[in-house]
Design a protein around this ligand. Sequence first.
Ligand code: EPU
Length: 302
Amino acid sequence: MRIESPRVLAALSDLGVERLPGASLAELTSLGIGGTTDVLRVRAHRRVPALVRLLRSERIEHRFLGGGTNVLIADGELPWVVLQLVSPQPDIQIEGESVWVDAAADLGRTVTTCARQNLGGMEGLIGVPGSVGGALRMNAGAYGTEIGRFVREVEVYRAASGENETLRGGQISFDYRHTSFAPEDIMLRARLELPERPYDEILAGIRVCNEKRRASQPLNQKSAGCIFKNPPGGSAGRMIDGLGLKGFRVGGAMVSDRHANFFVNADHATCADMLGLIAEVRARVRAAHGCELEEEVILWNA
Ligand code: EPU
């Protein structure tokens, strides 16, 4: 979608919003898949309510993109614009065991910055690609750690009230790859509380997780991490692997030959290819195990 209204274009610049006209979302996502639309880069959190009001008043549909590492986006010209927060600097501020971190900050850099101040606990999250905001929304986790455990406060833009609000940790529930945030809540900033630990110990934990990840996941290929959630008590990767589907392709989309729950963009895959692969693998797992796999990746295809 291209914004053409002179009124909106003028208001965007008043709000300090940078517009990337006709940007390719394939370039903003780790899967390398996605069509084109205007991308609006928002610098000041306090401007988010006014920006959303403006877009609503002009009936311009919009979606917020985080780090683009866990989303599968439709092909072609998209019927909505994309909003992306740009971190103010510094985007991580540490006071004692409290860490204020901006939603647009990189999750891995947050882990290492805190480690340097002797704050640990998040070692398992080191190789999870993406932004802190995306990690909060999904309750990102790996190697026994989930970010939700450390969250004490979150500032969000709430579509329901049209305002920025601060939620206390106890008001939010964090479950396996799921949180109680409303779908339209936009993460702005969070306060985490991390346990003090010696830097060397944290670093050793980070190295172990990096090693495990390198040994089992296709880190040098375009993917969105695991495509399906694990069913209760089971493993999607093991089931897909057990059906001999590593290397199975639909168009340019392929089941990774390293980890069967990673679907990679092996050769100019389209969203349609990836959706075709998801449907086919799900059908085969259903037929073999009677188990309905649910996507872990977020679909922006409607
Ligand atoms: N396995 C296979 N074949 C495969 C892949 C896995 O047999 O192709 C087996 C493994 O040998 C192991 C079991 O399945 O016995 C589980 O595999 P793994 O340890 O790789 O963990 P996972 O359950 O597949 C989860 C998360 C990952 C996270 C890892 C490490 C989900 C959907 N996936 O994977 O998160 O990195 O644990 O903690 O919860 C993501 O969220 O995108 C993601 C990659």
